[in-house]
Design a binder for this molecule. Structure first.
Ligand code: DTR
Ligand code: ZN
Ligand code: ZN
Ligand code: CA
Length: 444
């Protein structure tokens, strides 16, 4: 099921300011077979190499935890909470602000772990997450110890670097994903809309070390997708669009409320084709992970190269998106997609996703509207803020028979966070005559 999300609109990019990032990058042994990271864009700090050995050490811990707790790390079992305590301990020691969020599912207590890296713009939050739980059949080392370990080691690398990002960095480990995305749904459902609007994007990492790996990139938010594709291009590793998992992992609850999402995946029980084996190696005609949801999903069920590459890709995305220059005030966001307005019918909307801003919208937010119509008196026009607050721009006026609405309205939006999905809502409330939204824009 392909969920529609507001397209990230075109925006005039400010000249990329140089981002001053201080702090010593700790000397960290490069991981085995570490490929040179692609050069960072000007003004963006290049990510450090994520040591494969460190990521695998977390997997070893997850394996030991499962062995010591009935053979799994499933929701409601001791192995899950022990896994969370392990991850939390590492993060607390590294200077993160951690929060454990409790919920109940299937009669058992579940836990999400949220870790905030102090600093960055609180109104532009970049999230990276993974589900920490396994199925009850086994230790869940690839599904999803791999994603959990890759996200953990990236967070620890942020601490080692004492990174000072422009965005606020938040990392998450979800509970009860295997029961139906329960933990991530709980998080999103309980996140106030004002907090949701601060999320620049959510990146999901669920199975990133499959033993017969493919290299799949989620094709949801184009900015996040490009960030990952650029990384793999730098490694000369071809990627494919991830389609198997739409709605099947923890990015779905974020996507369903219009938050930009992305992520990486190395394959589950689908079979690798000959063409895929040609470009990626491995074994055609075999599943990407033959131990998916099985007891053999243990520490030997990992391809080191895939785990290394994807862990480095996580860091690349966190550093690239987390340290890019924030958009300075006075910028324009525009949506030029045509939207037909049904005659005397339901209201239609056109969305603009605003990200990277700091603080609230201005008291003089300019809303430029360009609507083609043969009797503009039929039209009622509203601006909807990200939290749904409606600001009336134009009332209907039956005797105004002129064509088109080409106007700029000024709205006092100072109580609204700037970031989020803004909408223009237009309704034709009288029979005969019709038209369409040609374009509209916000000027901060
Ligand atoms: N990791 C699986 C869910 C899943 C299956 N295919 C995909 C593709 C992309 C992300 C996730 C998935 C699980 O947790 O059961
Ligand atoms: Zn699973
Ligand atoms: Zn999974
Ligand atoms: Ca148009």
């Amino acid at each position: 099921m392909k969920l529609s999300v507001p397209a990230r609109t075109s925006r005039r990019l400010a000249a990329c300011a140089v981002v001053a990032v201080t702090g010593l990058l700790a000397s960290v042994a490069p991981s085995a077979g570490a490929a040179p990271a692609p050069a960072a864009a000007p003004g963006v700090l290049a990510a450090p190499d994520i040591p494969l050995a460190n990521v695998k050490a977390h997997l070893t811990q997850f394996g030991s935890i499962a062995s010591a707790n009935g053979g799994n790390r499933a929701h409601g079992r001791a192995g899950y909470k022990a896994s969370l305590d392990y991850v939390k301990g590492k993060l607390d020691a590294a200077g993160f602000t951690t929060t454990v969020q409790q919920f109940t599912s299937s009669g058992a207590t579940g836990y999400n772990l949220i870790a905030d890296w102090p600093g960055g713009d609180p109104n532009s939050v970049l999230m990276a997450g993974s589900h920490l739980d396994s199925v009850s059949a086994g230790a869940g080392i690839n599904d999803n110890g791999s994603g959990s370990a890759g996200v953990l080691e990236t967070a620890l690398a942020v601490s080692r670097a004492q990174l000072k990002p422009t965005k606020h960095l938040r990392f998450a480990w979800w509970g009860a994903e295997e029961l139906g995305l329960v933990g991530s749904k709980y998080y999103v459902n309980n996140l106030p809309s004002a907090e949701r609007s601060k999320l620049y994007g959510y990146m999901n990492f669920d199975m990133i070390g499959s033993p017969n790996p493919g290299y799949f990139v989620y094709d949801d938010d184009p900015t996040i997708e490009k960030t990952f594709k650029d990384y793999f291009t730098g490694l000369n590793v071809p990627t494919e669009i991830e389609t198997e998992g739409d709605g099947r992992s923890d990015h779905a609850p974020f996507k369903n409320v219009g938050i930009p999402v992305g992520g990486l995946f190395t394959g589950a029980d689908y079979t690798k084709t000959a063409a895929q084996a040609q470009k990626w190696g491995g074994t055609a005609g075999q599943p990407f992970d033959r131990c998916y949801h099985s007891s053999c999903d243990n520490t030997s069920n990992i391809n080191d190269t895939a785990l290394d590459r994807n862990s480095d890709a996580i860091a690349h995305a966190v550093w690239t998106l987390g340290t890019e220059a924030s958009i300075p005030p006075g910028d324009v966001y525009e949506n030029t997609a045509d939207v037909t307005i049904p005659d005397n019918g339901a209201a239609v909307t056109s969305s603009i996703s605003v990200t990277g801003r700091t603080g609230n919208a201005p008291a003089t937010l300019k809303v430029g509207v360009d609507i083609k119509h043969t009797w503009r008196g039929d039209l009622v026009i509203d601006l909807l803020a990200p939290d749904g607050t409606a600001y009336r721009l134009k009332n209907s006026s039956g005797n105004d028979s002129a064509d088109d609405v080409v106007a700029t309205y000024t709205v006092n939006a100072s109580s609204e966070p700037g970031n989020g999905t803004w909408k223009l809502r237009v309704q034709d409330v009288a029979a005969q005559d019709t038209g369409y939204i040609n374009s509209w824009k916000l000027t901060f």
